[in-house]
Design a protein around this ligand. Structure first.
Ligand code: ATP
Ligand code: MG
Length: 716
């Protein structure tokens, strides 16, 4: 019986997209730049093959690399009547597809040996590291884990790791022979465990092996699935390719889509060579190139073309100049700031204005090279009560090292042998550095990506302390801890309505109306370890991957794009070091931009809100949220505060949410101090937006006015 034929609207495609969709059954490769509609093309091709009776819906397996992307594909297929339910097209990640297949085929292949998926590889790697004589700190174990994952994804066995690591310029956290020993130890520990333990890469390995070694399994599988589609094919690893080959067997009904110039996961073992060699492997493949960019304005597209136009090497040779299809928009903006704090203040102010002018917060993103750069943005958005979500990394204050650091500072605060002078002013900075040393704040930046990230977070805390002390001489340790607590609280829980803060890696494939690319300094993007250390030569391949990251960042923007960098960056030892803007920006900044006259004039910083008591600018989240300086008077009515907290507890329970989701302690304190009489007064308090007023405004105003009435009738 024929499948129900879904409506297929070929007019929604341009001629090249339509050519890829209409190509007859067999190998098809779409090599296309960012925003050219690759996913649209894939979903239409699937529909077309089904409509033409070439394949049944449930014989199609579509794979991509993240659960989010697979979900997006299922959504698009569902709107075309080809949803992911049983009997429909299967759209999954490689891992999810392999997990299903392995569960099904395991009894035929291995019999009744039980297996289970590892919950966490961490303790096993940690034990293997200790057995190898290493002091297994958290960051070392994480870095070892990355190396093991890279090796497995690249089909490199433990004994071959040392040689392969040299060829691929791996930034190994310890001697490569030691890494190999830990890798071997990890593999043995999984096999000798009670029943077999499998990690995600083992799922793929076992799936491929089952199909390669058991003809009955291969026959059954190949009878079931006939047509394969892969999105983001430039980021396929050798291990995933092996699974794909096992799925295909001798067949060639494969459609791949990718953009080699967006390859940004090489460090995990991904390689664009399968995409670039596709027509060599399948000489009769239909190859289609797409150049029309439907996502971004011509201004953004022109900048993207310039960024990638400077690329060198084989991958760059495959680039296509994009042609913008959208109406004209604003020119991309370039800006230089004194330091990361000033940058975050200015970006937050711009975001506030965009939102006020009608851009939804969910259509705005701030993207940076490393997760450690998110802190000032979290702080400034929090202080302005702009909701945000941190993607592809925890929020700054949720990070393990930051929690450890805060607890080390609390312990220091509890000591009774520290004189008051040691707790404030410039001594506070020394104190903080000393307290963070045992947590991992070394004088030199450590080796290994995870260790670097952790170290940068600790350095960010020192920087914050310096910033606060420079504005407030007698800022002491207790006040610092209160400031940190307020900042941690100010982060709104994950919400789909918020501004996205994400690393460039996590932003792949996504799009927003407004994008801020921040921290574009040399040494951050490109990241400094590709620039050659200690007389090592520049890692050219690494440098090109960093350039592609900028290209991915630029092409996320539909309309507004802002690129910024800072003149200074905190370095080891806590001093500011002058830094220069990213070398990738050379030649891109128009002469008319004020940022092209580097550092001649002081960068314009957004005005800070003023203290309602002394009218000086407010410094720090705690002060901003209360609307007064830490030292200015503003005692809250304790009974009112208590009443508000009681109400909050009831609300939170009814909603089954945490207390701070309703209002944070600092916001309640601000209410109890400022005694708002109406919605407008409520809205003037940081942390209270239109949505909160709609949900809770009436309740809060009623509590305040009833407390005021009680005070009038019954003055204390
Ligand atoms: P990336 O490389 O960033 O993953 P992509 O090539 O996958 O990008 P899509 O996300 O599929 O691009 O498409 C980008 C945007 O352009 C989407 O909003 C999509 O709906 C739109 N689009 C694609 N093709 C067309 C078309 N022919 N007409 C109008 N809009 C289109
Ligand atoms: Mg895409």
């Amino acid at each position: 019986m024929m499948d129900r034929v879904p409506a297929l609207d070929l007019t929604a495609l341009d001629p090249e997209q339509a050519a890829a969709v209409r190509a007859s059954r067999g190998p098809v490769c779409v090599l296309a730049g960012a925003g050219t509609g690759k996913t649209r093309t894939i979903t239409h091709r699937i529909a077309h093959l089904i409509a033409g009776g070439h394949v049944k819906a449930d014989q199609v397996l579509a794979v991509t690399f993240t659960a989010r992307a697979a979900g997006e594909m299922r959504n698009r297929l569902r709107t075309m009547g080809l949803g992911g339910d049983a009997g429909q097209v299967q759209a999954r990640t490689f891992h999810a597809a392999a997990l299903r297949q392995l569960r099904y085929f395991w009894p035929q292949v291995v019999g009744d040996v039980p297996w289970r998926l590892i919950d966490s590889k961490f303790p096993i790697v940690s034990q293997a590291a200790q057995r190898a004589g290493l002091r297994a700190s958290t960051e070392l174990v994480r870095d070892l884990l990355s190396e093991i994952e890279w090796a497995k994804a690249s089909l490199i066995a433990p004994e071959d790791y040392p040689a392969a690591a040299a060829v691929h310029h791996r930034d190994a956290p310890v001697d490569v022979a030691k890494v190999a020993e830990v890798y071997q130890g990890y593999e043995s520990a999984k096999a000798s465990a009670d029943g077999l333990l499998l990690d995600f890469d083992d799922l793929l390995l076992h799936t491929a092996a089952a199909l390669e070694d058991y003809p009955a399994v291969a026959d059954e599988f190949r009878g079931r699935y006939r047509s394969f589609v892969v999105d983001e094919y430039q980021d396929v690893t050798p291990l995933q390719q092996r699974v794909l080959d096992a799925w295909l067997g001798e067949r060639d009904d494969l459609t791949v889509v990718g953009d080699a110039n967006q390859t940004i996961y090489s460090f995990t073992g991904a390689t664009p060579s399968y995409l670039l060699d596709f027509s060599r492997r399948f000489p009769d493949a239909t190859v289609v190139r797409l150049e029309r960019d439907y996502r971004s304005t011509p201004q953004v597209v022109s900048l993207a073309n310039q960024v990638i136009g400077a690329a060198r090497g084989r991958i760059a040779g495959t680039r296509l100049a994009l042609i913008g299809q959208r109406p004209q928009g604003p020119e991309p903006e370039f800006a230089e700031y004194a330091d990361p704090q000033a940058e975050a203040v200015a970006v937050a102010a711009r975001i506030e204005k965009l939102i006020a002018d009608g851009t939804p917060a969910a259509e705005i993103a701030v993207l940076y090279r490393t997760n450690a750069l998110s802190e000032p943005f979290e702080q400034e958005l929090g202080a302005r009560a702009i909701p945000f979500q941190v993607r592809g990394g925890e929020g700054f204050f949720q990070r393990q090292e930051v929690r450890q650091a805060v607890s080390a500072l609390r312990q220091a605060d509890a000591r009774d042998d520290l004189p008051d002078e040691a707790r404030c002013g410039s001594s506070l900075i020394t104190l903080v550095r000393a307290a963070l040393a045992p947590v991992g704040l070394t004088a030199e930046e450590p080796a290994g990506a995870q260790a670097k990230e952790r170290w940068s977070s600790l350095l960010a805390l020192v920087q914050l302390t310096e910033e606060l002390v420079s504005h407030d001489d007698d800022m002491d340790l207790t006040a610092l801890l209160r400031e940190l607590a307020t900042r941690a609280e100010a982060k709104h829980p994950p919400t789909v309505d918020g501004v996205t803060l994400a690393s460039l890696h996590a932003a792949k494939g996504l799009e927003w109306d407004a994008v801020f690319l921040a921290g574009l300094t040399d040494g951050t993007l490109p990241i400094f370890h590709v620039l050659g250390r200690k007389n090592a030569p520049v890692d050219e391949a690494g440098l090109e991957e960093e350039r592609r990251l900028l290209y991915v960042g630029v092409t996320r923007a539909r309309e507004h794009l802002s690129l910024s960098w800072t003149q200074r960056r905190l370095q080891a030892g806590g001093d500011y070091r002058p830094v220069t803007r990213s070398r990738f920006l050379n030649g891109l900044i128009p002469d008319s931009s004020s940022a092209s006259r580097i550092a001649v004039e002081a960068p314009a910083e957004a005005p800070r809100p003023l203290c309602r008591v002394c009218l000086k600018p407010l410094i720090g989240t705690y002060a901003t949220m209360l609307g007064r300086c830490r030292r200015c008077p503003g005692e809250a009515d304790p009974l009112l505060l208590e009443a508000l907290k009681e109400w909050r507890a009831e609300k939170a329970e009814a909603l089954q949410r945490r207390d701070f989701v309703v209002f944070t302690d600092t916001t309640l304190t601000a209410i109890a101090e400022q005694l708002p009489a109406d919605d407008a007064a409520l809205a003037a308090i940081a942390g209270i937006g239109a949505k909160k007023i709609e949900q809770y405004g009436a309740d809060v105003l009623a509590i305040v006015s009833s407390r005021l009435r009680a005070t009038v009738q019954n003055p204390r």
